[in-house]
Ligand binder design. Structure first.
Ligand SMILES: [Zn+2]
Length: 73
């Protein structure tokens, strides 16, 4: 009987460790350094640099905000 408990404990420990490793990998996918290395684009109106993911793309031009998108096109 104690063998079974040992096996269960080992399995639980392995699953726990794997989950921790998986969690670390997910965190590692999105470090702040990666965000800084993200493509930077320039607002067509005011020329401010901002990450591509935060920029508004309209007709092949990037804008920092909706106001500039309206005034730029
Ligand atoms: Zn702008």
């Amino acid at each position: 009987m104690s063998k079974i408990i040992t096996v269960i404990l080992v399995v639980v420990l392995v699953v726990y460790l794997l989950r921790r490793m998986a969690g670390k990998r997910v965190e590692g996918d999105n470090p702040p350094a990666d965000k800084a290395a993200e493509d930077m684009v320039r607002c067509h109106v005011c020329g401010v640099n901002l990450p591509r993911s935060e920029a508004i793309l309209s007709q092949g031009r990037f804008y920092c905000c909706d106001e500039h998108r309206k005034s730029g096109s």
